[in-house]
Write a protein that binds this ligand. Structure first.
Ligand code: BG6
Ligand code: MG
Length: 218
């Protein structure tokens, strides 16, 4: 059987942590008198912690010192982690385990490719960490999505050529990163938002084992 590399984004693909990022960023933004909406939150999907804070400050026309910047980043993460600490297996998005199990049972390469520095902690919380042969997260990369770095490191860790890799992503930047890496991009979410992806599904309940088998044979 062919072996391919399947690389999963974390936030919004495996677990719905976007809601916790939203709550933590909103609290932080409001604490410095900056408005923060769900629409703005959309624009932070796939974006690193540093870049997210930079965007929020620019939306609020705020300039702050480097020390204040670091303090706000730490504050946001502490707040975010208070939600993560309460997470469990019930927060895994529907049918994600089904697909992960199928890939692992069929000896496919499975890696994580996430911008989050909290990725390992979250995978442990939801008890999925043993499903991944390689984990590439925000601690391993120097260039943010849409740069392909995170996925290229993932492919290397799986011993796969980029063209033999398939990426699952919920963010525009992530889909672009997969495309820039010359990988097959599968968008998880809204077709109109993720129009640059090779395929788009609302969620994993729409992805059949037959479709996965087709990807493996390609
Ligand atoms: C991405 C999320 O996966 O990780 C972003 O989509 C988040 O919203 C980024 O900002 C960094 O995450 P963390 O956990 O390192 O703050
Ligand atoms: Mg994501």
């Amino acid at each position: 059987m062919n072996t391919k590399g399947f690389i999963f984004d974390l936030d919004g693909v495996i677990v719905d942590t976007a809601k916790y990022h939203f709550l933590a960023w909103k609290k932080l933004a409001n604490s410095i008198d900056v408005d923060f909406t769900e629409t703005q939150n959309e624009q932070l999907k796939g974006v690193s912690r540093v870049k997210s804070l930079e965007k929020i400050l620019s939306w609020g026309n705020k300039t702050i010192s480097e020390d204040e910047f670091m303090a706000l980043m730490a504050k946001k993460n502490d707040d975010y982690l208070s939600y993560i600490d309460k997470m469990g297996e019930s927060e895994i998005l529907p049918d994600v385990p089904k697909i992960l199990n199928h890939l692992n049972e069929n000896n496919q390469g499975v890696a994580l490719g996430s911008a989050s520095k909290n990725a390992r902690k979250i995978l442990q919380k939801v008890n999925l960490i043993s499903n991944f042969q390689a984990i590439v997260d925000g601690n391993d990369v120097s260039k943010a999505k849409p740069d392909p770095e995170v996925f290229l490191i993932g492919a290397k860790a799986l011993n796969q050529k980029p063209e033999n890799c398939i990426v699952f992503e919920d963010s525009v930047a992530g889909v672009q990163a997969a495309n820039n890496a010359d990988m097959i991009s599968i968008g998880i979410g809204d077709k109109t938002v993720l129009s640059e992806a090779d395929y788009v599904f609302k969620d994993f309940t729409e992805i059949s084992i037959e479709f996965i088998e087709e990807l493996i044979k390609k």
